[in-house]
Structures are given as structure tokens and as C-alpha cells.
Design a protein around this ligand. Structure first.
Ligand SMILES: NC(=O)c1ccc[n+]([C@@H]2O[C@H](COP(=O)([O-])OP(=O)(O)OC[C@H]3O[C@@H](n4cnc5c(N)ncnc54)[C@H](O)[C@@H]3O)[C@@H](O)[C@H]2O)c1
Length: 447
């Protein structure tokens, strides 16, 4: 078939909603995408190397708490949904979305092994007329410089002629009740004109709006820019928090009042540091790539420095709080509330709570944690020593035996009124105790 006919054939299938979508990597990004396309009426096939996730999808067992059981049951019961760890089935999909991890390695440089392996597997199974889209967050240039050469060399097919390629960053915000995958506009950059047209047509079948940009590297840069913007602004309010604290000014009151300005100000909230798979990591993909052009990313480095210093600040405030109670940190029992990196999710990746617990332990404290979403700590590459540690139970006897309690993540299903009754030494890094009625002898330290 000629190049035009291959593209036209696929476009027709997409417009008729008679195409099958394959999603590689069924984690925090891939699973909601699978649901969104399924919900829009498309047949979906999920692929993952993790057999446990595949079994969960077949059996309707949830493995990402905030997505709920109902969604998993509906996917499991649907004849338009399949999941497999057998990648030879990749040829059954007309469009393939890559949603695999892009972490940093031990040298804080991009760890592209998951993306590379996935591209190899797709390349080995690629057939004429397929559309491949990278959704993982990455440095500008990845699709053209890394993905396409792998796909071409493994398949002996030519991108833009035999198959089509695009990049579209995922903007999913787990736990956000106002926006989900389907209602967040999708930025799309194509390798060729056909690539962008096909990708936009495909997202249009399930997602509220597509925002086409010039090419794949522009789309890659959009995602990095969004996350640099967050990292820098969070660093700014974290710095202001520390300065205003010394001046006895409540940073939250300042930010709330500043937020009444109808233009030129956007409110960010200070906290105990950055967490998750995105904001602490993605900006450094650009830092790494910029070096190739002999450019520095000083803003990113500075924001990283400030944000990574925040757990130490929280622990310093805890030292002061204990001191006020005439207790040394060494030997004190300290409870950390919230292990997940943000409220109401079970994602512990890069959570600043780990760093806080490490520091507390270094100072000789006896550390425990409470997290209603994480009954036991899952294995991590950076903090293997905490693996398997269990959350304490939420009851007065257990909570009140701690000398200090740190609110690191403010899950909404924690009863902070009860906390105020059960503990007299609370270090609050989330401003969660604001408005909570306190006992007369309770001391709440802002951190
Ligand atoms: N988590 C978020 O909120 C979020 C938001 C926007 C963008 N992103 C980006 O999306 C990408 C995926 O993130 P995530 O949070 O969904 O990761 P995740 O770890 O939750 O899921 C990734 C999945 O990919 C699977 N996988 C790994 N290697 C594979 C391979 N070779 N073949 C098939 N499957 C493989 C893993 O088993 C896992 O199930 C990352 O680039 C991330 O930066 C994440």
C-alpha cells in the first residue's frame, strides 16, 4: 500500500471509532488512559511486564486505590478490554501508547531503560500502518533521537512511511477530583504531518481537546516546562515560608490574601518538600539535555536545592518542638502522618516523608508512621531499609504515646481534631491544624 493509503486507512478507522488502542505500561498513567478510551467506546488492550497488574485487570481487583474498585470490575467484565504480558499481541493494536517510567538514575541523570526496552519490544512486533505515541515525560528530542531509531532498526520499517509516530505528554493528576484523563487537553507533536493528524484524530475520540504543536520536541518541552514551573514556584513559597516564619508572619495568610489579586499571581502552597514521579524528577531531564548545548539550568538547580532542603527544615522544627517540651530528639518517639507524597493517594514515590524519617532516625528518634492509604511500605530503590514497615493503627493509646507528631501529608481521611486531643506536640508542615480546636496545653509548630 502507498504511504498515503496507509495513513488514510488508519484515519478512516479512527474516525469510524473502529480502531483498537494498545497501552503499554498500566500504572498511574496507563490505567486511567485505558479506562478513558474504553469509556469512549474503543476496544483496549493493556500490556505490562508486571503479571500481577494483568491478573488484577482480569479479576477486577484494584491496584491503584484512588481509581476505585468499580472501574476495575467494569474493565474486567468488558469484552472490549483485554490485558496481557504477551507482547506478540501488540500487532492487534492500531495505535500504541507508551506509558512507562522515566526516573532518574543514581547520578540523577535520565534513566531511559524502560522507554528503550519498550521501544525495542514495540519495534520487534511493529506492523505497517500502526501509530506509536510516547506519553512518558522526557527530555526534548527523545522521540526523534531515541524512539524512532529503535523502532526503525527493530522493525525494518520507516517512520512516517510505513508507520507513524507522535509524542503527547500525559498531564494526569492522580487524586484530582476536578480533572481526569479525559477532561485534560492533550498537547500533541507529530514526527510527520500524518503523525500529528492521526494522533490528534485518535485523542479526539476520547479526550476533550487536542492542542497540536509544531513537532515532537516542542511537545516534549511543553511537559517539562509545566513541571519546571511547578518546581520553581513551590521552591519560592517554601523559601518564603522559612523567611516569614522567622518574622512571625503566617505564610498561608499571606498567600491567601495575595491570591485575591485577580491577575498576575498564582497561588502555590508550601510543604515538606517535593514528591511523586514527576516534579522532583522531570526538571532534571532538561538540566541533563541542556548540558549537550553547553547551557546551564540555574533556576532548576536552585529550586531543587531549596525543595530538597525542606525535610531538614521540618526535622529542625521538630527538634525545637521537642526541646520546648524539654525532650531531646534522641530516644523520643516521633510519629509521621502521611507517607504518600500527596493527599488521598497511595503513591509513595519520592515522598519527602522518607527523607524526614531518615533524618529523624539519624538523630536517634524512634520513628513510626501513619498512612490510611499505605498499610505497609512498598519496596523502593532509594529507601530499601523502610520496606515492609507497617502503619500504626489510629487510636488514642497508640498516637498519644508519641512525643511528637509530624504532619507530612495531609490526607483528608485523617481526623485532625482527634489528633489535637491525643497529642500535645504537633509539627504541621501542611497548615492542616489551622482552624482545629486545640487543648490549652497543645503546641503546634508550623514547619
Ligand atoms: N504518575 C503521574 O502522576 C504522572 C503524571 C504525568 C506523567 N507521568 C509520566 O508518565 C510515565 C509513567 O508514569 P507512571 O506514574 O504511570 O508510572 P508507573 O510506575 O505507575 O507505571 C509504569 C508501568 O510500566 C510498566 N513497565 C515498565 N517497563 C515496562 C516495559 N518494558 N514494558 C511494559 N511495561 C513496562 C510497569 O510495570 C508499570 O506498571 C512517566 O514518564 C511519568 O513521568 C506520570
Amino acid at each position: 500500500m502507498s504511504q498515503e493509503l496507509v495513513a488514510e486507512d488508519l484515519l478512516q478507522k479512527i474516525e469510524d471509532k473502529e480502531y483498537t488502542i494498545g497501552i503499554v505500561g498500566l500504572g498511574y498513567v496507563g490505567l486511567p488512559l485505558m479506562w478513558t478510551f474504553h469509556d469512549a467506546g474503543m476496544p483496549v488492550i493493556g500490556y505490562d511486564i508486571d503479571q500481577e497488574k494483568i491478573d488484577c485487570l482480569h479479576e477486577g481487583r484494584p491496584y491503584i486505590k484512588h481509581l476505585g474498585e468499580k472501574m476495575m470490575k467494569r474493565l474486567a467484565g468488558s469484552d472490549r478490554c483485554d490485558a496481557t504480558a504477551d507482547f506478540s499481541h501488540l500487532s492487534e493494536a492500531d495505535a500504541i501508547l507508551m506509558c512507562v517510567p522515566t526516573p532518574l538514575d543514581h547520578h540523577r541523570e535520565p534513566d531511559m531503560q524502560y522507554v528503550e526496552k519498550t521501544a525495542m519490544t514495540i519495534g520487534e512486533n511493529l506492523r505497517e500502518g500502526q501509530l506509536v505515541i510516547l506519553e512518558s515525560t522526557t527530555y526534548p528530542g527523545t522521540t526523534e533521537e531515541l524512539i524512532i531509531p529503535i523502532l526503525e532498526s527493530k522493525s525494518n520499517l520507516t517512520a512516517g512511511e510505513d508507520f507513524y509516530v507522535a509524542y503527547s505528554p500525559e498531564r494526569e493528576d492522580p487524586g484530582n477530583i476536578d480533572f481526569d484523563t479525559g477532561s485534560i487537553p492533550k498537547v500533541v507533536g507529530g514526527h510527520t504531518q500524518e503523525g500529528i493528524e492521526l494522533a490528534c484524530a485518535m485523542y479526539d475520540t476520547a479526550i476533550v481537546e487536542t492542542v497540536p504543536v509544531s513537532d515532537t520536541k516542542t511537545a516534549e518541552a511543553v511537559k517539562i516546562t509545566e513541571n519546571v514551573f511547578r518546581a520553581v514556584n513551590i521552591a519560592l513559597v517554601n523559601e518564603l515560608k522559612v523567611v516569614f516564619q522567622e518574622m512571625d508572619i503566617n505564610v498561608h495568610e499571606v498567600l491567601d490574601a495575595a491570591d485575591t489579586k485577580p491577575f498576575g499571581f498564582m497561588k502555590f502552597v508550601p510543604g515538606p518538600g517535593l514528591g511523586g514521579h514527576c516534579i522532583p524528577i522531570d526538571p532534571f531531564y532538561l538540566t541533563w539535555k541542556a548540558r549537550e548545548y553547553e547551557e546551564n539550568t540555574r533556576f532548576i538547580e536552585l529550586a531543587g536545592e531549596i525543595n530538597t532542603s525542606m525535610p531538614q527544615y521540618v526535622v529542625d522544627q521538630t527538634l525545637k518542638a521537642l526541646n520546648a517540651h524539654q525532650k531531646p530528639m534522641n530516644g523520643s518517639k516521633v510519629l509521621v502522618i502521611g507517607l504518600a507524597y500527596k493527599p488521598d493517594v497511595d503513591d509513595q514515590r519520592e515522598s519527602p516523608s522518607f527523607k524526614i524519617m531518615d533524618l529523624l532516625e539519624e538523630y536517634g528518634a524512634e520513628v513510626s508512621f501513619y498512612d490510611p492509604h499505605i498499610p505497609a511500605i512498598k519496596p523502593t530503590r532509594e529507601h530499601p531499609e523502610w520496606t515492609g514497615k507497617e502503619s500504626i493503627g489510629w487510636n488514642e493509646e497508640v498516637v498519644s504515646e508519641h512525643d511528637a507528631v509530624i504532619i507530612s501529608t495531609n490526607h483528608s481521611d485523617v481526623d485532625y481534631q482527634e489528633l489535637a486531643e491525643w497529642s500535645d506536640c504537633i509539627v504541621d508542615s501542611r497548615h492542616e491544624m489551622n482552624g482545629i480546636e486545640r487543648k490549652s496545653n497543645i503546641h503546634i509548630w508550623q514547619a
